[in-house]
Write a new protein. Structure first.
Length: 247
């Protein structure tokens, strides 16, 4: 995040020591996202999280974005509403504790240029900076499906130190076959467990496929938009959020 949006990574300090942080990223002037609102446990309840979010809002307003959005778990929804956000959608956080022993690895390079075009159409903004960075970090963990026009869906598995996450997952043709291929391929690419993914409440096909393949609902959350700007719209092609920053 520091590499992608250095001026949008904000830290709260006390006596020179960091006690909280938040991150932002702007996709051109279309949309800005606030995420990773983290406050040290010893200093919670003192308004530090609210101050960080307010600073993030000011930063994104200075970028002249049309929409400011964030993901939140229910325990923080009231705080974000006080700061001017409305709840505009929901998602389920899914988890799978372990998979099969038959892990796979993609052969060939992911068709990045086609993926970038598909993602821009589905997301409604240009996320190419983020996706190019993820492609450099995780070049072997992409799955994709095609039709006569080229790539019609893709997914990425991001490996962390002690877990993995599916996302983004985009599928223009939200039929069961393509969705099951992307989710199943993502499971096969996973090396670090547990595996998690966050599915919009409107993506019923992805939810059903994930549950059939062994995912379970861990918890639910909400999508929130800054009320004085345009609300964020989740395209039906978005099957799983990518780079999920939770407030």
């Amino acid at each position: 995040m520091i590499s992608l949006e250095p001026k949008g990574c904000l830290v709260a300090t006390m006596n020179g020591r960091p006690i909280g942080l938040t991150t932002t990223i702007a996709y051109g002037k279309s949309v800005g996202w606030i995420g990773n609102v983290v406050v040290d446990g010893k200093h919670r309840g003192a308004g530090i999280g609210s101050s960080l979010v307010q600073s993030a809002i000011r930063h994104l307003l200075h970028r002249h974005v049309k929409t400011i959005a964030l993901y939140s778990y229910p325990e923080n929804e009231a705080m974000h509403k006080r700061l001017g956000f409305d709840t505009t959608g929901g998602f389920a956080r899914l988890s799978m504790s372990h998979g099969t022993e038959n892990s796979t690895e993609q052969t060939g390079r992911a068709p990045l240029y086609q993926i970038l075009g598909l993602d821009k159409r589905a997301f409604g903004a240009d996320r190419s900076r983020l996706l190019r960075r993820l492609y450099r970090e995780f070049p072997k963990y992409w799955a994709w499906v095609t039709n006569n026009a080229g790539v019609s869906g893709y997914s990425l598995v991001k490996r962390y130190q002690d877990s993995s996450e599916v996302g983004p997952l985009i599928c223009e043709e939200t039929n069961q076959e393509h969705v099951a291929t992307l989710v199943g391929s993502s499971i096969g690419l996973t090396k670090k467990w547990p595996l998690e993914m966050s599915v919009p409440e409107s993506s019923l096909t992805v939810m059903e496929a994930a549950m059939r393949l062994g995912f379970r609902v861990e918890r639910k959350g909400v999508v929130m938009s800054y009320a004085t700007l345009d609300p964020v719209v989740i395209n039906p092609s978005v099957g799983a959020f990518g780079f999920l920053d939770k407030g």
